[in-house]
Design a binder for this molecule. Structure first.
Ligand code: PGA
Length: 252
């Protein structure tokens, strides 16, 4: 049985004060959710403070990206080892904003993926198609391409246990448009099948999250789908109340 994960991607939002308030509110309410995992992804500069505020809670912390390099002359980058030092558990990789605004390639994402695994961070690999790709029936091939390199790495090192995949249709991110539960489930089942081709055990244990305008009003139907094991939530995770409300929908 896969334990659901509800993850909040705070993106480049907040201030020191507002992030501290949001974190404290989430920590206080998180004990209502003992059957699921919770995680938040603050901007880098707030990681130490958020980690400190969550120390006595069951909410874990992750970073929004990581460098593909180990250390050295890479201005502006943050190494996987540094995130590990800050007690990060997870790292988001290949988020569509990284792919589309910052032109991250599948190759760069895979280099980051390897660095994350090498220090024991759990990567949450984001995949998903644009509206144009969906309209031209390219959804599954695009997702397959984005997954392929990661699966190969995992295949080569089956002991690299804990990876998470987030299906985030680009057209649903921050737009208020959500994939229907059936649309999301179709892609999740496809991803599960691709994992199964590598190893049934990997397919069985890997959590698949849905992301893209998930909110309290639509979470229940999405989370009821057999291959949806949680959510990656942007906008709604900036409200402790909404974030916890989504958690309650899968804390069964
Ligand atoms: P959204 O963002 O919930 O605001 O659509 C999701 C994400 O980008 O991870």
């Amino acid at each position: 049985m896969r334990r659901p994960l509800i993850a909040g991607n705070w993106k480049m939002n907040g201030s020191f004060a507002s992030i501290a308030t949001l974190t404290t509110e989430i920590a206080a309410k998180s004990n209502q959710l003992s059957n699921i995992d919770l995680a938040v992804f603050p901007p880098f500069v707030y990681l130490p403070k958020v980690t400190e505020l969550l120390a006595d809670s069951n909410v874990k912390v992750g970073a929004q990206t990581v460098s593909e390099f180990d250390e050295g002359a890479y201005t502006g980058e943050v190494a996987a080892s540094m995130l590990k030092e800050l007690s990060c558990r997870y790292v988001l990789l290949g988020h569509s904003e990284r792919r589309h605004i910052f032109a991250e390639s599948d190759e760069a994402i895979m280099a980051k993926y390897q660095k994350a695994l090498s220090v024991g961070l759990t990567p949450i690999l984001c995949v998903g198609e644009t509206l144009e790709q969906r309209d031209s029936a390219q959804t599954l091939p695009v997702v397959q391409r984005q997954l392929a390199a990661a699966l190969k790495l995992t295949d080569n090192s089956p002991s690299l246990a804990d990876v998470i995949i987030a299906y985030e249709p680009v057209w649903a991110i921050g737009t208020g448009k959500t994939a229907t539960p059936e649309q999301a489930e179709e892609v999740h089942a496809f991803i599960r099948g691709a994992l199964n081709d590598v190893s049934p055990e990997l397919a069985d244990r890997t959590r698949l999250l849905y992301g893209g305008s998930m909110k309290p009003e639509n979470a229940e139907q999405l989370l009821a789908m057999p291959n949806i094991d949680g959510g990656l939530i942007g906008g709604a995770s900036l409200s402790a109340e909404k974030f916890i409300e989504i958690g309650k929908k899968c804390n069964k």
